[in-house]
Design a protein around this ligand. Structure first.
Ligand SMILES: O=C(O)[C@H]1O[C@H](OP(=O)(O)OP(=O)(O)OC[C@H]2O[C@@H](n3ccc(=O)[nH]c3=O)[C@H](O)[C@@H]2O)[C@H](O)[C@@H](O)[C@H]1O
Length: 436
């Protein structure tokens, strides 16, 4: 009897704890569901995101909301999406690469993606379509990429869940990392966006790459601005880069040091490219040559900077097609990463190259060329070079890139701007009426 009672007691006790456990499991599950549906989704720079297959982390979502301005709703995940991702990344030539291009709907990203796709590489784009400059231009570039067979995933490089998913779906041999917060002067208005994209975003991408198996080789966009207050010209990769003149420059310099760390610890193959004031069709509206064109056509005055004692301000303007050749050359000569799954197995390649034009042109000459091409006289407003990040002069020594992968720019500013103006007029239609 006692035995029986004990059994009943045990059974009852067991039954009641099971019921309690089930009850609390339901409560817990319900709480998770409430949290999921009530929380602001997205860890991309999009303000909201419809998730269909996996969730991004809350922390990155909050971070992106803090650092980015409003963006459109976007979605990722699901069987159709996965199919598009895989199809875009499929290699269509022998010994072709499989490349993830971040910032694919950006200026350089679009041109590089099209060039890679054209030669048969598998290319998958990633872009957060933020509104630093007109998102409609990024959408137009995206349409161009679609026509070339490149699918651009909408998402941010800080979105760990998304990056993980992409690396699960595709075994990337290379990453062309071009996503960044650009612009030297805007850094004074929105410093956090530089930290978010150029530092946190870069680290987030490197973390995924280091854990990938195989690890991809990474080529990424540094900047001529790392030379900062360096006065020795032309700028050589051996020159000092410890005096950045803007937060933008400082974040790019930080990127170079971060690259060193990931190369050293995890065996990631990393190549940084120091771009020198890249211009051309489909360019960035925040850059001087672009908004000078717009304002000259509108009859608006354009601010032309000059140094102390009327010193010339000049840039080593580099045409986009030359930059694309440099990017492909860097990808083609990038050695494999040596680690896998987060472990280093041996030393890996670590490089940095100047990609410039080697012939600086004064900004006032840039304006004269535009006047001739547009057949409109500019309203010049000469003013002192502001102390907000600008440097007076840039000039690239490109012998290292020449030696390593035959980099040889062939487009002078006059020729390049002619192509830009032709594109500008065709894109904006009757440009004098354009409100862009
Ligand atoms: O090589 C880089 O690493 C950087 O290149 C580019 O920076 P910058 O070389 O400063 O280009 P950009 O703003 O077009 O000014 C061009 C010239 O016009 C002068 N300038 C500018 C504005 C103005 O109102 N007046 C003027 O005279 C100005 O003083 C300068 O001399 C990219 O934007 C940057 O993201 C980064 O990639």
């Amino acid at each position: 009897m006692v035995h029986n009672n004990n059994n009943r007691f045990r059974f009852f006790f067991h039954y009641s704890s099971l019921a309690k456990l089930t009850f609390w499991s339901f409560v817990f599950l319900a709480l998770i569901l409430v949290f999921f549906f009530k929380s602001p989704s997205s860890s991309s720079s999009s303000s909201s995101r419809v998730m269909t297959s996996s969730r991004p982390s809350m922390t990155s979502s909050l971070a992106s909301d803090l650092y980015r301005r409003s963006l459109k709703t976007s979605s990722w995940g699901g069987p159709t999406w996965e199919k598009r991702v895989k199809s875009s990344a499929r290699i269509r030539t022998r010994n072709g690469f499989c490349v993830l291009v971040t910032g694919a709907s950006g200026f350089v990203g679009t041109h590089v993606s099209v060039a890679l796709k054209r030669r048969g590489d598998g290319v998958l784009g990633l872009d957060n379509f933020n509104d630093y400059y007109e998102p409609s231009l990024k959408r137009a570039r995206q349409a161009l990429l679609e026509r070339s067979g490149v699918y651009v995933v909408e998402g941010d490089i800080n979105d760990v869940a998304l990056l993980k998913k992409l690396f699960e779906l595709v075994s990337f041999s290379h990453v062309m990392h071009l996503a960044a917060q650009a612009g030297v002067r805007y850094a004074m208005q929105n410093p956090s966006s530089y930290i978010h994209s150029n530092i946190a975003g870069f680290v987030s991408l490197l973390e995924i790459c280091k854990n990938a198996n195989p690890q991809p080789a990474i080529v990424w966009a540094s900047s001529s601005s790392v030379y900062g207050l360096n006065t020795k010209v032309p700028f050589s990769e051996k020159d000092r880069t410890d005096q950045p003149a803007s937060l933008y420059a400082a974040t790019k310099k930080a990127g170079e040091e971060i690259a060193h760390t990931y190369n050293h610890i995890y065996g990631l193959s990393l190549t940084g490219l120091r771009f020198f004031t890249v211009y051309g069709p489909w360019g960035r509206p925040d850059m001087a040559y672009f908004f000078f064109t717009k304002d000259i056509l509108k009859g608006k005055p354009i601010p032309i900077f000059e140094g102390a004692n009327h010193g010339t301000v000049a840039r080593d303007f580099t045409y986009i097609d030359d930059i694309v050749k440099g990017c492909l050359g860097a990808l083609d000569t990038a050695e494999k990463s040596t680690g896998s799954g987060g472990k280093k197995r041996g030393p890996a390649q670590l490089r940095v190259f100047n990609l410039g034009n080697t012939s600086p042109v004064p900004v006032s000459d840039l304006v004269s060329i535009l006047e001739r091409l547009l057949k409109v006289k500019a309203k010049r407003m000469v003013m002192k070079l502001p102390r907000n990040g600008d440097v007076q002069f840039t000039h690239a020594n490109i012998s290292l890139a020449k030696r390593e992968f035959g980099y040889k720019p062939t487009t002078d500013l006059q020729t390049g701007l002619k192509k830009f103006v032709r594109w500008y007029v065709s894109y904006y239609g009757s440009s004098k009426k354009s409100d862009q």
